[in-house]
Design a protein around this ligand. Structure first.
Ligand SMILES: Nc1ncnc2c1ncn2[C@@H]1O[C@H](COP(=O)(O)OP(=O)(O)OP(=O)(O)O)[C@@H](O)[C@H]1O
Length: 224
């Protein structure tokens, strides 16, 4: 993956280049405004890049956008649910978009709605849900398909402790199954406990990167 991104003529990300390996969990870290969400949005295709190239499993974002999109699922920082669809409709929409077989779909909906305590909310519309519940619905949607890559912007924001612990376990399990995950977080304890590697963004570029063990050293050095 490599890219530059300009917003309103201002360079936000400059010549970033990195790889995410199969089964790797990569944490994007950096202060507010460092460009973490912008990078994720460029990778999912909702923010145009000014130059560069993204590929997932050798599929190029610009040349084969439909195939590229089918290779990842995305959990945004703020839930983006449609007001005219119920919770169950959202799940069905993901099933159709990602061609999820019925058996897998039903199994995952059951496991996740139980784990996130949403079994009695399936026929509710987003406006009847709390912000945390909307975040849980959005999270479940992204966990339904079998895709090689997950992009997650602040996965634990707004989730209660039980849901956060469940998601942490689920993400770890997905990586063990060979799925790669790129997440942003300000929770450095999560970087340490979950991620394999990190990229620190600053001033539009990568100021540090490496294994999570080197993140620990960097953190100690920077706080002493
Ligand atoms: N829609 C926009 N219009 C103008 N500038 C924007 C827009 N979105 C982001 N920016 C700018 O791009 C830069 C990076 O923002 P971004 O949201 O990617 O940061 P972040 O690292 O995700 O921050 P946070 O930790 O606060 O979520 C900031 O300077 C921000 O002001």
């Amino acid at each position: 993956m490599n890219c530059s991104v300009d917003i309103s003529g201002e360079r936000i990300l400059s010549d970033l280049s990195f790889k995410v390996h199969k089964g790797e969990m990569l944490a994007l870290v950096g202060h507010n405004g460092a460009g973490k969400s912008t990078l994720i949005k460029a990778m999912i295709g909702t923010r145009e890049k000014s130059s560069g190239k993204f590929t997932i499993c050798s599929i190029d974002q610009d040349d084969q956008f439909k195939e590229y999109k089918e290779k990842f699922a995305y959990i945004p920082e703020e839930p983006l649910l449609l007001s005219e669809l119920t919770v169950a409709h959202h799940f069905k929409l993901y099933q159709k978009s990602y061609h999820i077989p019925d058996e897998l779909f039903e199994k995952r909906v059951k496991v996740y709605t139980e784990a996130f305590e949403l079994e009695d909310k399936l026929n509710d519309y987003p406006e009847a849900l709390s912000k945390g519940m909307r975040q849980k619905v959005q999270t479940i949607c992204a966990l339904l398909p079998e895709v090689p890559l997950l992009f997650i912007d602040e996965p634990f924001m707004g989730l209660d402790i039980y849901a956060g612990n469940f998601l942490e376990k689920e993400l770890r399990q997905r990586c063990e199954e060979g799925i790669s995950i790129v997440l942003t977080t300000h929770q450095l304890d999560k970087v340490r406990s979950l991620a394999d590697s990190f990229i620190m963004l600053a001033n539009g570029g990568i100021s540090a990167s490496g294994s999570v063990e080197s993140f620990d050293t960097l953190e100690r050095r920077d706080t002493q």
